[in-house]
Structure formats: structure tokens, C-alpha cells
Design a protein around this ligand. Structure first.
Ligand code: ASP
Length: 590
């Protein structure tokens, strides 16, 4: 049908006859001459219809937005003064000699260059995807997976599929369930990740596995999450943690080089979880922001300000300061807004000190709390934060968790508001995560990564004796404040796996019912192994410079986990339910 893509017709083809096909992007009537910007996936080209081409001119007059046509014509330079330097084909136009109307298009629900609600975009996603920006995002995503596959292939990885209809794997979210017709009353779970299967592939001896795989997690979609999302899933055998991290760092570096032409700074810095929390209040710090949290509990332990002294004396408390360069210019109203902002993270207030003139000591400072603080405390705080004239120091004083969460988030917010972040890419590894986190509601330990992650200390007895202190062989790859990958070295001996299940409150019976097949497999010569999974959607979003993963997924769900185009999820017929041995409770229990 065509000899060239629209976007690829250029002045080198001047004088030749070409055939192009695509969508009418724009149509302009210029006193008898009709101009059409014809669009296909590679871009636009201008087609000119002259009235003397009588056989086609009448059809050209009827063309409307998004009609599908095929055109044959001669490429010629555009008249002087009408060149469009923004288009690859901007120096030429095609003078049409043949026109075939392949299909019409109803009036559009929205114009492609119009900004409309996401609901409308998703309802007509096939139109939304015609936009150049969406086209380029999905093709960027394709280049990402192509580059990943090539890298992994080059390093001996084998692409193996794992089941979609399976049994629950605990990654800490709710399962999507699929009723079984042939086993009345029984359900498959869609995989939250191929975690156990990839470990079984290591036990089977494949050594290096990968898969670009859909995972399903029925979570509340508050943050930018999707019920189904894609991971690059990787597992290896007989490699140390350092080797796995190195191999995966190589993957990230190659990916950025090949897809974006960007050299990531190497080697990626490594931060322990404890240090990340201490300095950045986050286990996924954005290193483009230079601001750091500084601990000051020791300076305010004995002050007369309970808000500070109480958490400073509490083993689980934290008192920290955050210097905001130039923050002296913040207004009362702005500070109130930041106070409301940190309240979302549980902070009950936001104390601050303005540094007007540091050299004047106490007299050069301005704050409602200065009267409670000794000269030694004040000068210690100024020293540690490195505050200069016209800076402002914010304080967090509460449980360590609240302080880290609140000041960690405030650090990013202030940096954004005051333009303090540098541009570019800042990758790092976060390592030495705790094995367990205490869940105060359930009153039990939960795995910080997942229950198959190995502790750094190989002794099951010591782990059992002191679970709170145990560190995991887990690692996260973080990029510009987003966790793009996370993995661990796994437990490969049954004894340790049983101890960890026990600590997580999974008794022997439950472990047997849920993971008996894994525990069995661990007794049949399981090699040391470990791996990682990258969130493909998030990585593609970052690389595309988009602000939501929905922008790099062809057909995403809305924030309420529905699809406005197909209307899924929908009710099903009584007959179908009967076959599946299901009766729907109506109205749904509240
Ligand atoms: N299965 C883990 C996850 O989905 C990643 C891994 O440990 O490899 O987060």
C-alpha cells in the first residue's frame, strides 16, 4: 500500500513518486488548494490537492479528521517561506495524483491535541494512543524490554514462563482469585510474582532465569499502582550478593546507554538501610536533593521542651533537624502549609528556627522554641546542620518512624518547592535491610522483603533468638527517589526456611499447606540462589519522563481498578456462575 512512512519522506526524495497511507491529522482549505497533514506512526507529511486533479479533488474536499487514506504523489520542495523546521518532512510536500479513501471516521469525542480527562482518554484509549507522545512512550517501552532481553541473553539467561493460574505467593498483598470449574469450591490465585517458581527453576538447575512477566496484586490503588503490572523477574544460582548486584547494575547501565544515550554514574553508591533512614528519612532516597536530616536528640535530651526531650529520651524516638538553605524567606503561611504537609505523615507539629544572623548567636535566631533551648544546644544544632544566615531549620520530634517519614517527605517537598534538586540521574543500592518489621496491629513480625529472603547470619538459632536485630541479604535499586528493583539472596536450606516461617507466625501446618512443595524442593539439593525483580512500568515511566505509570501502559486500569473502555469488571450470567459453583451475595456485605 505504501512506499514510505509519512514521517520519513524528506527532501532527498524530491522529484520521486511515493505512496503513503495513514490518518488525516489536519485539513486546511486555502482558496481552492487543500492541504492535508497525513499522519502515521513515524510522523506527519503535508499532502497538497490541487483543483485541477479533478478525479480526486472532490474526495479531498470531503476528508475530515482521522479519515484513513492512501495517497500517491510526487515529492517536491515546499515553496520558500512555508518550510516547517519542526517536522522531519518539513522541507517538502507531496503533490497528490491519486487518493483512496480507506475508511471514514465519526466526529471524534475529543481532538487529539486537546487535553481531556483521564477517564475520557481511557474510554477511547485507541484514540489517545494515536497521540505522538503516547506512541513514543510505548515504543520507548519496547526499546527498554528489547535492551533488557539482549543484555540478559548475552549473559546466559534463559527466558522461561511460569504459571498464571497458581497458588498464592506472599508478597504482602491481596490475591486475585480465579474460581475453578473442575474443582468445585476451589480457587487459583493469579501470581503476585513468580517468586517461588523462579526458585524452583534454580532447584531444577537452570542457573540463570528471566521473564518479563505480569504480576497481580489486589491493593488499594492509592499510590501510582496498577492491579496488574509488569516485572522484569530475574533469578540466579551460585552467585554471591555482590555478583548479583554487579550483574544487575550492568543491566541498568546498559539500558540507559542503549535506550536514552545516558551514562549512569558508576559504581552505584551503596547505602545501608539504617544510613538511608538516618540521612534521608527514606529507604529510597532521592540523591538529587543534597539536603540531609541531622540527628540532634543528644543536644535536646534535657531541655525544658517536652516535645523534644520526651522522644529524645525514648529508645524508639527520634529528634532530627532539616536545614533549608534560604528558608529564612519562608512566610508564616508557607510554614503553616508545611506543618499541614507533615501532619499527613503523623507529625503533630513542625518546630522551626530561622537563622537571621548566625554570628549573633541566640540573638540572631528567631523562633518560638528558642527560649527552651540552651546556648550549647543551639550552637550544636547550628554546627551540625551547617546553617548559615537566612536559612531555616525544621525539626521533627516523635517516634523514629514518624520523624523519618515526615522529614523525609518534607525534604523532597521543600527541594521541589525551592528548586533545590539537581537534574540528571542518581542511582544507588540500598542494602542491609532488617529481616523483619514489627506489625503493631497484628502483633507479629512481618518479612521486610518476603519470607524467602536469607538473613545475613546463617545460624537459624541466632535468628530465632534475636529476630529484631537480624539483617537480610536484600537489596533495592533506587533511582531518583523511586525503587526500581528489589531482590535478595534466598534461603536455600529447609531448616532456615522453617525457622523464618515460624518467626512470621506461619506454623508448621500452615507452612505445609501453603508451601509444602517449596519445603520439599529445598530438601532435594537446592543450590544457593538469589535474584531481583524490576518494576518495568515504573522504570519506563521514569525513562519517559512521564508522571504516572498509566502513561506507559497501553491499556491501564483507573485508580479504582476498572477499565472504562471495556467496562471490566462486569457482572456475569447466572449460568456462568452456576458452572463455577458460585453464588453472589447481594447486596454485598458492608
Ligand atoms: N519477588 C520479589 C518481588 O516481586 C522480587 C524478588 O525478590 O526477586 O518484589
Amino acid at each position: 500500500m505504501r512506499t514510505h512512512y509519512c514521517g520519513q519522506v524528506n527532501d532527498q526524495l524530491s522529484g520521486s513518486s511515493v505512496a503513503v497511507a495513514g490518518w488525516v491529522h489536519r485539513r486546511r482549505d486555502h482558496g481552492g488548494v487543500i492541504f492535508v497533514d497525513l499522519r502515521d506512526r513515524e510522523g506527519l507529511v503535508q499532502v497538497v490537492f490541487h483543483p485541477d486533479q479533478q478525479s480526486i479533488f472532490a474526495t479531498a474536499e470531503k476528508l475530515r479528521h482521522e479519515f484513513v487514506i492512501r495517497v500517491r504523489g510526487t515529492v517536491q520542495p515546499r515553496p520558500a517561506g512555508t518550510l516547517n523546521p519542526n517536522l522531519a518532512s518539513g522541507a517538502i510536500e507531496i503533490v497528490a495524483s491519486e487518493l483512496e479513501l480507506l475508511n471514514r471516521c465519526d466526529p471524534l469525542p475529543f481532538q487529539l491535541d486537546e487535553s481531556v480527562s483521564e477517564e475520557v482518554r481511557l474510554r477511547y484509549r485507541y484514540l489517545d494512543l494515536r497521540r505522538e507522545i503516547m506512541n513514543s512512550r510505548l515504543r520507548l517501552r519496547h526499546r527498554i524490554t528489547r535492551s533488557m532481553r539482549a543484555y540478559l541473553d548475552g549473559h546466559g539467561f534463559v527466558d522461561i514462563e511460569t504459571p498464571m493460574l497458581t497458588k498464592a505467593t506472599p508478597e504482602g498483598a491481596r490475591d486475585y482469585l480465579v474460581p475453578s470449574r473442575t474443582h468445585a469450591g476451589k480457587f487459583f490465585a493469579l501470581p503476585q510474582s513468580p517468586q517461588i517458581f523462579k526458585q524452583l527453576l534454580m532447584i531444577a538447575g537452570f542457573e540463570r532465569y528471566y521473564q518479563i512477566v505480569r504480576c497481580f496484586r489486589d491493593e488499594d490503588l492509592r499510590a501510582d499502582r496498577q492491579p496488574e503490572f509488569t516485572q522484569l523477574d530475574v533469578e540466579t544460582s551460585f552467585l554471591t550478593q555482590q555478583q548479583i548486584m554487579q550483574l544487575m547494575e550492568g543491566l541498568a547501565v546498559t539500558l540507559f546507554r542503549e535506550v536514552l544515550g545516558i551514562e549512569l554514574p558508576q559504581p552505584f553508591p551503596r547505602l545501608s538501610y539504617a544510613e538511608a533512614m538516618r540521612r534521608y528519612g527514606s529507604d529510597k532516597p532521592d540523591l538529587r536533593v543534597a539536603l540531609e536530616l541531622v540527628d540532634v536528640a543528644d543536644l535536646v535530651r534535657d531541655c525544658d521542651f517536652k516535645v523534644f526531650s520526651a522522644p529524645a529520651q525514648d529508645a524508639l524516638g527520634r529528634v532530627a533537624a532539616l536545614r533549608v538553605p534560604g528558608g529564612g524567606a519562608l512566610t508564616r503561611k508557607q510554614i503553616d502549609e508545611y506543618t499541614a504537609f507533615v501532619a499527613r505523615y503523623g507529625a503533630r507539629g513542625l518546630a522551626y528556627v530561622k537563622v537571621n544572623e548566625r554570628a549573633r548567636g541566640r540573638d540572631g535566631l528567631q523562633s518560638p522554641i528558642i527560649k527552651f533551648l540552651s546556648d550549647a544546644a543551639l550552637s550544636g544544632i547550628l554546627e551540625r546542620t551547617g546553617a548559615a544566615d537566612n536559612d531555616l531549620i525544621f525539626f521533627g520530634a516523635d517516634s523514629a518512624k514518624v520523624v523519618s517519614d515526615a522529614l523525609g517527605a518534607l525534604r523532597l517537598k521543600v527541594a521541589q518547592d525551592l528548586n533545590l534538586a539537581s537534574s540528571g540521574w542518581q542511582p544507588l543500592w540500598v542494602v542491609d535491610f532488617p529481616m523483619f518489621e514489627w506489625d503493631p496491629e497484628a502483633k507479629r513480625w512481618v518479612a521486610m522483603h518476603h519470607p524467602f529472603t536469607a538473613p545475613q547470619d546463617d545460624d537459624p538459632a541466632r535468628l530465632q533468638a534475636e529476630p529484631a536485630a537480624a539483617l537480610a541479604r536484600a537489596y533495592d535499586m533506587v533511582l531518583n527517589g523511586s525503587e526500581v528493583g528489589g531482590g535478595s539472596v534466598r534461603i536455600y536450606r529447609e531448616e532456615m526456611q522453617s525457622v523464618v516461617f515460624g518467626l512470621l507466625g506461619i506454623g508448621p501446618e500452615e507452612a505445609r499447606t501453603k508451601f509444602g512443595f517449596l519445603l520439599d524442593a529445598l530438601r532435594f539439593g537446592a543450590p544457593p540462589h538469589g535474584g531481583i525483580a524490576f518494576g518495568l512500568d515504573r522504570l519506563a515511566m521514569l525513562m519517559a519522563g512521564a508522571d504516572s505509570i498509566r502513561e506507559v501502559i497501553a491499556f491501564p486500569k483507573t485508580q479504582t481498578a476498572a477499565d472504562p473502555m471495556t467496562d471490566a469488571p462486569t457482572e456475569v450470567s447466572e449460568a456462568q456462575l452456576r458452572e463455577l459453583h458460585i453464588r453472589v451475595r447481594t447486596p454485598p456485605p458492608t
